[in-house]
Design a protein. Sequence first.
Length: 64
Amino acid sequence: MARSNQKVVPEAKAALDKFKYEVASEVGVNLKQGYNGDISSKDAGRVGGNMVRKLIQQAENNMK
C-alpha cells in the first residue's frame, strides 16, 4: 500500500495549525510562524504527542 501526504480534509489545515500553537503554548514550547527547524526533537515530539493525546481524548468523549 502506497503512503501519501495528501490531506483527507484540506480545509482542516488552518484548524490543526491553530491547535498546534495552542498545544505548544500549553507545554511551554515557543513555536513561531513559519520555519521551526531550530527546536529540539524532544520539544517537537512533546507538541505532536500532546496533540495526538488531546485528539484521541476528544474522540473518546464524543463517542459517549
